[in-house]
Design a binder for this molecule. Sequence first.
Ligand SMILES: [Fe+2]
Ligand SMILES: [Fe+2]
Length: 367
Amino acid sequence: MSENPTLPEHHPNTDSTRSVLTALYNWNYEPEIDQLRTLYANALERQWIAMRDLDWQSDIDREAFTKTFSMGGIPISETRFWKSLSLDTRWNVARTSAAFMLSNFLHGEQGALMVAAQLVNAVPHMDGKFYAATQTLDEARHVEAFAAYINKLQEVHEISPGLKDLLDSVLGTEDWMKKAVGMQVVTEGLALYFFRDMRNQTEEPLLKKMLTYVSRDEARHTGYGIKYLAHVVPTLGERERQELEDFAFEATRMLMASRAGNTMRDRVMEVWAGAGVDPTEAMLELAKERDVIRDQLARTGGRYGPVSGFVIPTLRSVGLYGDRIAASFKDMWTVTQGAEAAERYANSDAEIPEDLEAWVNEGYESL
Ligand SMILES: [Fe+2]
Ligand SMILES: [Fe+2]
């Protein structure tokens, strides 16, 4: 019997989605889009080997793992209540809660692997095909690394429905630009943001190192989407451009649905109960320390969330954030966040870092 965690028994091991795409040859082998050729060269230079370059022999450092814990986006690790729990209880709560998130990262990486392989066929430029080939290898390595880490957590969960919908629609569309918008810009942009954030927060050495390596790759993947789309979007007609915008909005909506939703509270309760803590009592205790949590949130959160602080500025930079799509985002946030926040988020003036790789490396050059 394997020691690795498995999905629930009723869950099938395989699944499928229908995809049709036109494979494009290009008989011109000379560089056409220099920025993509450079990214390809960088990708070749920066390959790493998950099973060799990370230390899989050591166990997860449980104390460190539980030190920076947040539950459904609420940082509680500085509360007296959290600190009063035994290490075993803290570990079980943090482990189960992280397993939900990391499982979706793992499944998302598989989706990215398949989309990158599709891009080799679907993009029209040779530079784009070369680059997508390196990304295919990067994503295989990411699936391998996340799977290995999740094995150490001893718990894996099935993909969330919103993420599955998104992957199906990106794999299913025939239009390579929609694949690039849905995967490279929206999904990988959000992934890059979360991976980097989690890397900055966590004190668990293996997780920190793995996320640093993975984020460096993701910075290139997002960079590819930005550079490639910035090259082609100006050549599109208005109708084609709007279709891409709509695809970007839908992709973002699906990803947000995969994170939020009314199941979050149930899940949090489930996690506490599973670790042997009365969930109602835990909520009451935590409510008494609202100030501590609020302080912590203020320290970590900025004026914008990941979508308004990262995805929207990226879309804007490639010419895919016009008034029409801004209104769609605003409508969506008005329902979930209220009018004032919706206005601020939809009109975000955040800017994406000029050099994404340097942004990921800040303070972590030696890792
Ligand atoms: Fe990845
Ligand atoms: Fe990626």
